[in-house]
Ligand binder design. Structure first.
Ligand code: GCW
Length: 684
């Protein structure tokens, strides 16, 4: 904020979010000696000594157009902007940044645009005030950019308070009650807005008894969070139980086609909007992993989603209906059932049957947030449905915030993937929607009440990067990381951010691929300890009902998902991918074992055999972690000691765990195959 807070600024416009911009600038000015002003002080406002006298020339101006309140450069910029882009080009959240007559100007058509413009300037720092700057128009690629919390009010006996949470307890609740002091929730809103997120769902999609009541008698909790998040342009959403009409309403059924049930959802929703007029909507996990849903009444997921959508429609709310529906009581002996197929089998036939305010929330891969999967074919199968793509910022399968794993390169690859081939739209374009709004991007948050927010301090970069990529999926992950390093460490280290920047890029840029190297090979996935999902256990899930198998035997490994001889999953993709994945020759190496069962001697495109590739990547992965640790060591005394100590402790654990992965995976495949390492390294 130094570049902004040391200047003379003016903020024109009214509304909660404009007040936030003003407030942020005032704080920065108090710290860095600048001043901030507004054009028309209210008649009742006390005279202020530090108000610049009339005629002050401003260096920074924020204005809503067409407010045009002042004879400043805004008017000139405004003319140019309208000629080029037409009115309405900025939308609800966009902004225009220009340098005119030595004034940096941020213009927006709605208050949220000024807030996003403010944070953009914070990122730019001094360069926002350079002599020349071409005019820039910024608007988000997609309207809905949401984080889902898997927070419980109570501490769940198995999952803890935050399901798959690796950063302590919930920032929202403590000891079964809403936290009295919500300062941290407000700071969280500010943090999210700075990245570009504009919606938060506050509670776990597995809705337990206490949490179900957030919809009714505990709605006050949600309203309190909404009050604190609103000044940062963040709407609150709520996970609800499909069985609520029975469990909360006392009705005999939750059948979505029952009039009493429809009425209950309509009345209950009306009450929600009475307390929270800008409430975002509901999130629902139905008929999945034990959650109730429409199947219980012989109804479809469209019937289920639409009843909630109808209740929300009069108020402009949406329902995020999750597509994570599969048989979690599979028989491992049964080779015809394929969990990867499930979402497409259930949902693709329903395309066109959902209301406009239903958003089908699809995990980016067909399985479950593994470090490598193909994209979910559902993303390419429902042109008449609003789709949101779901990511997992919380590192359930990517090291649980004990391992450094910068996920933006992975998300960026997914978002840039073109399901219909290079000439067709990307995944990001599907989420953004065509002429009408798409469903946007959603991610599971990695935040808790940990003093560093995310357990592993470097995991903060994932939270930031999700927001930035949701705003603009074309951003380069390394550039986003650079922004995060600058915002987090600039000024905090005696030698300037240079050494920290170099070290963090070396540690983080490739850390997702490093993680991939020492864990399950070639896209086969899982091989984690059942239940908590941390650390290796090659056969941990092999004979369970969860549908996550690798089928390794003495001859080979991998899942045959071809149409020719396997589960037929490849056929759920449109061309060209249905054929690219079908053929062993064209299937990309990194997904080979996801799609094919191959012998250990099968030669990859990279020239190595499958077995030798397994050995090599596992030895390499561990060496890379050891190098990360050394680099971090050299930052002792350069970064804050508390941060240094925490990251060091985590890197020690990462190295220990990576060695365990290496040794178990290598030993397992050596024992199965009997093929020795061509380089004669030690395999246990
Ligand atoms: O990845 C799995 C997790 C569950 C989670 C589920 C989901 C909230 O292991 O803990 O439940 O996904 O996405 O619904």
């Amino acid at each position: 904020f130094r570049a902004l807070g040391s200047r003379r600024s003016l903020v024109c416009g009214e509304g909660t979010l404009v007040d936030t911009v003003r407030h942020e600038l005032a704080l920065a000015c108090a710290r860095y000696g600048g001043s901030t002003d507004q054009p028309h002080p209210r008649p009742d406002a006390p005279p202020s000594d530090d108000r610049p006298a009339a005629g002050t020339s401003y260096e920074l101006v924020f204005a809503l157009v067409p407010a045009g309140l002042l004879p400043i450069a805004a008017a000139a910029v405004d003319v140019v902007y309208r000629r080029r882009h037409g009115a309405g080009a900025l939308g609800e959240e966009g902004f225009l940044l220009a340098r005119h007559a030595e004034v940096t100007v941020v213009l927006a058509e709605a208050p949220a645009g000024l807030l996003h413009g403010l944070f953009h300037l914070v990122r730019l720092g001094e360069s926002a005030f350079g002599l020349t700057r071409p005019m820039e128009l910024h608007r988000p690629a997609t309207r809905l950019r949401m984080l889902d919390h898997w927070d419980n009010v109570d501490v769940h006996p198995v999952m803890g308070q935050v399901e798959r949470g690796y950063a302590g307890g919930s920032i929202f609740w403590q000891d079964g009650a809403r936290r009295e002091d919500l300062t941290r929730v407000g700071a969280y809103g500010r943090l999210l807005a700075a990245g570009g997120v504009n919606a938060v769902s506050v509670n776990n999609v597995n809705v337990h008894a206490t949490e179900a009541r957030l919809l009714t008698d505990r709605l006050g909790d949600v309203a309190a969070f909404a009050d604190v998040l609103r000044p940062y342009g963040i709407r609150v959403h709520l996970s609800v139980s499909f069985a609520a009409p029975v469990t909360l309403g006392g009705l005999p059924t939750a059948d979505p086609l029952d009039d009493g049930v429809r009425g209950w959802w309509a009345d209950t929703t009306k009450q929600v909007y009475e307390s929270i007029p800008d409430f975002g909507g509901y999130v629902v996990k139905a008929d999945s992993e034990g959650q109730p849903g429409p199947f219980g009444y012989g109804r479809s997921h469209a019937d289920g989603a639409n009843v909630l959508a109808d209740a929300l429609a009069p108020f402009g709310g949406v329902v995020h209906w999750r597509a994570f529906v599969y048989n979690h009581r599979q028989d491992w002996r049964d080779r015809s059932t394929d969990r990867a197929r499930a979402a497409h089998d259930h949902f693709a036939p329903l395309d066109g049957q959902f209301r406009d305010n239903v958003i089908l929330q699809v995990k980016h891969g067909p399985m479950d947030f593994q470090p490598r999967e193909p994209i979910s074919p559902v993303i390419a199968a429902m042109p008449r449905t609003r789709l949101a793509v779901e990511f997992q910022v919380t590192q359930e399968y990517t090291g649980q915030q004990r391992h450094v794993c910068y996920l933006a390169p992975w998300w960026s690859e997914v978002l840039g993937f073109a399901p219909w081939g290079d000439d067709g739209p990307t995944v990001a374009a599907v989420a953004a929607g065509g002429p009408a709004d798409g469903g946007g991007l959603v991610a599971v948050s990695n935040v808790g009440d940990d003093p560093f927010w995310t357990g592993h301090p470097l995991a903060q970069a994932n939270l930031y990067a999700f927001g930035r990529l949701a705003w603009d999926p074309r951003l380069d992950p390394a550039a986003v990381l650079d922004e995060w390093i600058e915002l987090t460490f600039a000024g905090a280290s005696p030698g300037g951010p240079g050494p920290v920047r170099r070290a963090l890029h070396a540690i983080m840029d490739d850390s997702w691929r490093t993680y991939e190297r020492y864990t399950a090979p070639l896209g086969v996935g899982f091989m984690v300890r059942p239940g908590h999902h941390y650390g290796p256990d090659v056969d941990g899930y092999e004979y369970t009902p969860w549908g996550t198998y690798h089928f390794a035997d003495r001859d080979g490994v991998g899942v045959d998902r071809t149409r020719a001889s396997g589960t037929g999953f490849t056929g759920q993709f449109p061309p060209p991918w249905r054929d690219v994945y079908e053929s062993i020759e064209s299937c990309p190496d990194e997904l080979l074992l996801f799609f094919h069962h191959v012998p250990y001697g099968h030669v990859l495109h990279n020239g190595s055999t499958v077995i030798q590739h397994i050995y090599d990547t596992h030895f390499d992965g561990v060496e890379q972690v050891a190098a990360m640790r050394q680099r971090w060591e050299r930052l002792a005394g350069v970064v804050d000691p508390g941060v240094h100590a925490r990251v060091r402790e985590r890197l020690d654990e990462q190295l220990r765990c990576a060695e365990e992965w290496r040794d178990q995976i290598n030993a397992y495949f050596f024992r199965k195959s009997g093929v020795p390492d061509a380089r004669g390294r030690r395999i246990h």
